[in-house]
Design a protein around this ligand. Sequence first.
Ligand SMILES: Cc1ncc(COP(=O)(O)O)c(C=O)c1O
Length: 428
Amino acid sequence: MGKLKEKTVPQLEALLRELQTEYKGWQEKGLRLDMSRGKPNTDQLDLCQGMLDTVSSKLGAVSESGVDCRNYGLLEGIPEVRKLLADMLQVDQEEIIVGGNSSLNMMYDCMTRALLYGVYGSDKPWCKEPEIKFLCPVPGYDRHFAITQHFGFKMINVDMTAEGPDMDQVEEYIKDPSVKGIWCVPKYSNPTGVTYSNRVVRRFARLAPAAPDFRIFWDNAYTIHDLYDEGDTLLDLFALLKDQGKEDMAFIFGSTSKISFAGAGLAAVAASKRNIRFMTRQLTNQTISYDKISQLMHVRFFGNFQNMKAHMKKHAALLRPKFELVEDILEEELGSLDIARWTKPRGGYFISFQTTPGCAKRTVALCKEAGVTLTAAGAAFPYGIDPEDSNIRLAPSYPSLEELEQAARLFCLAVKMATVEYLLTTSI
Ligand SMILES: Cc1ncc(COP(=O)(O)O)c(C=O)c1O
């Protein structure tokens, strides 16, 4: 097809007619496919089916340390599960609370507590501030931005680079005391797949925000979610902060949503012992304890962190072919056209796709009209506004390989159509 931007108007018009005919054919197929969310496929959930057999009337529900998991108690989690998830998040057992099934829920709660009571070391609730600003590396995770939007924070876009957030921008913004925090997905970022470089993590550790109650929301959701044997490595921010006595500045989150069951996994928040004590005191008024049966099931099934890591290889074996299939089709269909670029992540759940500016919404709409649902264009930006209308998040995990092949081909056709339409409008 050659580079689209070098084509004349009549050539583009002829090409559009061809693409429209092809598109009609796709519409007639009546596809119903969903590539919108990073949901594990049933095959992945089946990998943990045996976990459902680890607790029964015969096996009982008393943990190795003697906790009767059927009863109240141990708000921070049973010792065995605290160890398991502390190993996953590289913290000590006393530096973690294992909560319900959703880390997003724990992030929301942390934000709520900061608003109502302030954070450890500060007696001023955030809600007493005239304005709260939050830094949002973009493109980023839409549900993070939904939380801060919901609470009325002013969200500030920070550009994501190939090494993580643009730290020059971060260092500049935190001079403003109304900037209270930053969202981070430091490993296999949602959606760019970027793992923050050592340089970036070191700059995070050196941050000296004007707001004394500034917090880094370090959502390490994809910490062991490698697609390849050799995974990315992420520098330990918490250890670096500790070296400087600044460990109160980070809230670290993680969960087993994409390790065990997305709807019935375990979530955790890790933080300094002071932060954990402060949170626990407040949590006591919210619940007596979380679901310890689920905690016990995870401990019995995985045994230890090494086994949990080994288990992730099974996920990788299912996910890798899906990512590679999409990447191959993108390359084959779009590689020579010079109209788009995309990431080739080594872990996580997403491919981040950049269309020619001005073409993302139209691409998503064209896919929708032919039966393939994608994440809404702009979703990876605060307020759903992508200033360039260029980013689309692709989530290859849920569809089967056959479905994915169809969805990816249709997607490429939609990208081509949207771009040709755009070039025609802008060349008139
Ligand atoms: C970065 C990130 N954090 C958190 C979550 C949700 O985690 P949980 O299921 O533990 O609430 C997701 C899910 O896609 C995610 O991508």
